[in-house]
Design a protein around this ligand. Structure first.
Ligand code: AKG
Length: 279
């Protein structure tokens, strides 16, 4: 009886993407914007991030910050965000990876045109990235750009450039030239999120503004997907059930930068680099 009431209540407030939004995601390989919290709440999350950075150093590109920071864990478990992810992946959802991607003011760092799944070692593409804006994100400060429909044919050829200003680990970029005229800029207000498919071609240019550009990129997986290169990767079940156990369960963040979580995160980061760098 209790179970039935809980399910009914959750359904009543579930805010999954509309059929039209889901259709757009399937057609283009991305969907935006969706507001998941107010600009005031976004400013609060940004303040928590920047206060912790003042003590522990830069958080940019540190893997799985939701293990270390209550604020990141709260964003990753946001119910509006997860409702939208549920309408893309179904009811069972693992949080597999995440990173703050921060472009400092007037900075040359960029992200080359790439497809996320190229080097991630996964055996399926039931994965969606949710990119949560914690600052206003515009073409001027280096928002993401997407090539609509580029996810339909799966993997395209990449080359590793290891270019100094490229934020990606291997500076990987699509070998084919992208016609920028065909691309769409993912401009967001703080507190909004965009969703993109693991095979959609995307990139982001440098930050030409005087403000920090801050996003939290979160990768959600359907539990049936496997990591081909190791059985030791971990993930957090954020909704539903994991009937596959392809990933080790992760401890939950209850305190910012707890020592035991720091060592768990460091090992997860080491393993992730091993997979990214050798495949
Ligand atoms: O934050 C960026 O500029 C790029 C992010 C990205 O490539 C991703 O989240 O997949």
């Amino acid at each position: 009886m209790m179970m039935k009431t809980d399910t009914t209540e959750r359904k009543a407030i579930n805010q999954q993407l509309s059929q039209a939004d889901q259709q757009q995601y399937r057609h283009d390989g991305y969907f935006f914007p969706l507001r998941i919290f107010s600009t005031k709440k976004a400013a609060d999350h940004r303040e928590q991030l920047e206060n912790l950075e003042a003590v522990y150093g830069p958080m940019h590109y540190k893997i799985k910050p939701y293990l270390l920071m209550k604020s990141a864990a709260e964003i990753a478990n946001n119910s509006v965000l997860l409702d939208a992810v549920e309408s893309i992946l179904g009811p069972d959802i693992l949080l597999w990876d995440s990173a703050y991607i921060i472009k400092e003011p007037n900075n040359t760092k960029y992200v080359s045109w790439h497809q996320d799944l190229t080097y991630w070692g996964l055996d399926g593409d039931e994965l969606v990235t949710a990119w949560v804006a914690l600052s206003t994100v515009t073409s001027q400060n280096g928002c993401m750009k997407m090539l609509p429909g580029s996810h339909h044919k799966g993997k395209h050829q990449h080359r590793s450039t290891y270019s100094k200003d490229n934020i990606l680990h291997r500076g990987q970029e699509l070998s084919a030239e992208i016609d920028e005229e065909q691309t769409v800029s993912v401009e967001l207000e703080a507190g909004e999120v965009s969703f993109h498919h693991g095979w959609v071609a995307h990139a982001s240019h440098p930050n030409f503004s005087a403000e920090r550009r801050i996003g939290l990129s979160l990768q959600y997986l359907a539990p049936r997907v496997r990591q081909k290169h190791t059985d030791h990767e971990s993930a957090t079940l954020v909704r539903g059930e994991d009937r596959y156990r392809n990933f080790l369960p992760e401890p939950l963040c209850e305190e910012d930068f707890a020592p035991e979580m720091l060592s768990f995160q460091a090992e997860a980061e080491r393993l992730k680099h091993e997979v990214y760098d050798t495949n």
